[in-house]
Design a protein around this ligand. Sequence first.
Ligand SMILES: Cc1cc2nc3c(=O)[nH]c(=O)nc-3n(C[C@H](O)[C@H](O)[C@H](O)COP(=O)(O)OP(=O)(O)OC[C@H]3O[C@@H](n4cnc5c(N)ncnc54)[C@H](O)[C@@H]3O)c2cc1C
Length: 305
Amino acid sequence: MRGTFDLFVIGAGIAGLTVAEEAARRGLSVCIAEEVMFGGLMVNVNRLSPAIEGLPASGSDLAAEAMTRVYDLGVTPLFEAVIGFDQQPDGLLAVATCSGTHITRSVVVATGAQLRKLGIPGEAKYEGRGVAHCADCDAPMLRGETAIVVGGGDSALQECLVLAEFCSLVQLVHRGSSFSGRADLVNAVQQQPRITVYLRTIVDSLEGSEFLTGARLRNLDSGQVSLQPCKAFFAYVGLTPNTLIVPPSVKVIEGGIHVNVSCESSLNNVFAVGAVRSGYGGKIIDAKEDARLTVTAVCARLGYA
Ligand SMILES: Cc1cc2nc3c(=O)[nH]c(=O)nc-3n(C[C@H](O)[C@H](O)[C@H](O)COP(=O)(O)OP(=O)(O)OC[C@H]3O[C@@H](n4cnc5c(N)ncnc54)[C@H](O)[C@@H]3O)c2cc1C
C-alpha cells in the first residue's frame, strides 16, 4: 500500500494538470498519474484557437508550463497507468496502478478521450502508413503531397488549414451539407485555394498496397463513387471518452462520465473533468473551468478554505 493523498488525479492532460495545480495551491496533498505523456491531446496542437489570454498559443508550450508549475507546487507525479479504483468500506478510495495501490480521499478522473475511428476497410491496415492523427506534427513532411481530412467541426477545419500550408491539395470530406465548426474557420477553409471541399460525402474505404495511396469517396445524394489519391488521411469525427477504468458505480452516459454542476460523478468524492465527461464543451477553456469547479467542490468537501 502506498501513501494517502487528499486528491488523486488520473490523467495529465490540460484538465488533470489544471486540477492538480489549483488543488496544490489550496494546500491539498495531490498525486497525478499519467500513462503516456504529460499534456495529453493538446501537445499535438501547434496553434491553439481561440488564443487564451496570458497563455502560450502552442499546446506543447502550454503543457510544459503547466507541468513545471505542478512540479514546483510539490504534486507527486506517477508515470504509470491507473488500472482501476473503487471506494473502500471506510469511505476512502483505493486507486490501483501497475506498481501498487494508493489511498486517497478524493479522485478526479481526467483521462480525456481518443480520436474516434471511422471503422472503414483499410483504416487499420494503413495506420502509420498513411493514416495519421496529428496534422500539426505531420504537415511539414507532406510538402507538395495530397491529404484527405474527414470531419466538419473545428478540429477538422483547423487541421485542414494547417495541412494546406504544406500540401499541394487537401480534400475535406464531410457527410453533412454544411460545417458545424466556427464561422471564421469555415471562411478560411473556403478561401484557401489548396482545399477542395466534398459535402454530403463519405469515405467507403482506404486503398493502397504497402502504403496508403487513395480513398474511395461516395456522394450520399448521387451515389457516385470516386477514387481520390492521397498520401495521408486524417479523421476528426469526434472523440471517444476513456472510461474503461471507472467502476460500475460511476454512471456513464453517451460514452462520457455523468457529472453534476460541480463535476462530481455518481460515486461520492469521485469527480470527472474535461473530455472524459459527458457534456464537455470541447475547448481548453472548458477543461480549465471544469477544473476550477472541481477544486472548489473538493476543497469544500474536505474542509479546505
Ligand atoms: C486535432 C485537435 C485540435 C484541437 N485544437 C484545439 C484548439 O485549438 N483549442 C482548444 O481549446 N482545444 C482544441 N482541441 C481540444 C483540446 O485539445 C481538448 O479539449 C483538451 O486537450 C482535452 O483535455 P483533457 O485533459 O480533458 O484530455 P486529454 O488531453 O485527452 O488528456 C487525458 C490524459 O489522460 C491520460 N490517461 C488516459 N487514461 C489514463 C490512465 N488509465 N491512467 C493514467 N493516465 C491516463 C492520457 O494519456 C492523456 O494524457 C483540439 C483537439 C484536437 C483532437
